[in-house]
Design a protein around this ligand. Structure first.
Ligand SMILES: [Zn+2]
Length: 196
């Protein structure tokens, strides 16, 4: 089942496909000996208000990984970007695991996300940071956005939980969000939590 995360004003969302989620979950640090893992996430339309994450790459064999750190092999990351680009998919963010149940970004995670955004030299208005927690059949997952559109902002997106409750009797109802529904939600503007 896909997972959907909304911007605080509900004006935009990010949808992670089943395939991407299964890939990231498979590296969740459920056991004490499991090391952090990560990579980049890709979308065919990086500027879309409804961003669809359709692929995730990494970790790569030469990444430096430990219980509390992950440093990607830059050359392998470049190769991944190239092969994804040939499939018309663009890097839109990073994902990695944390050995904690409710993962939150470290100061370094935040800085790294800004560094990635800056490396596009204005060609990208935002870059995501996705962190996968370490327990549960569906691990907790937090999504943050480094945005440079007007001023520099570091925003946490909030999950639409209706789409992730495994035991919900209506679990099939919200796999796909129609554009109309999203526009309607945008008008509501009821949520206003923004973490800086
Ligand atoms: Zn981290």
């Amino acid at each position: 089942m896909s997972r959907v995360f909304f911007y605080p004003d509900n004006s935009k969302y990010v949808l992670f496909t089943d395939h991407v989620l299964a890939h990231m979950y498979s590296y969740a640090q459920r056991r004490f000996w499991q090391k952090e893992a990560g990579g980049e996430i890709f979308s065919p339309e990086p500027d879309s208000h409804g961003l669809i994450i359709s692929n995730a790459m990494g970790p790569n064999p030469a990444d430096q990984r430990s219980r509390h750190a992950w440093n990607p092999d830059v050359k392998a990351s470049d190769r991944n970007r190239q092969s994804e680009f040939e499939q018309y998919r663009h890097a839109v963010g990073l994902w990695h695991t944390h050995p904690e149940s409710t993962p939150s970004p470290s100061g370094r995670d935040q800085k790294t996300t800004w560094d990635y955004l800056d490396s596009f030299e204005g060609d990208r208005s935002r870059y995501l940071m996705v962190i996968i927690g370490n327990c549960g059949s569906i691990p907790a997952m937090t999504v943050w956005v480094a945005s440079g559109e007007s001023s520099r902002e570091w925003i946490q997106l909030s999950e639409d939980k209706r789409c992730t409750q495994l035991d919900s009797p209506k679990k099939g109802d919200c796999n796909v969000l129609q554009p109309k529904q999203v526009a309607f939600r945008g008008e509501m503007r009821s949520r206003g939590i923004r973490l800086l």
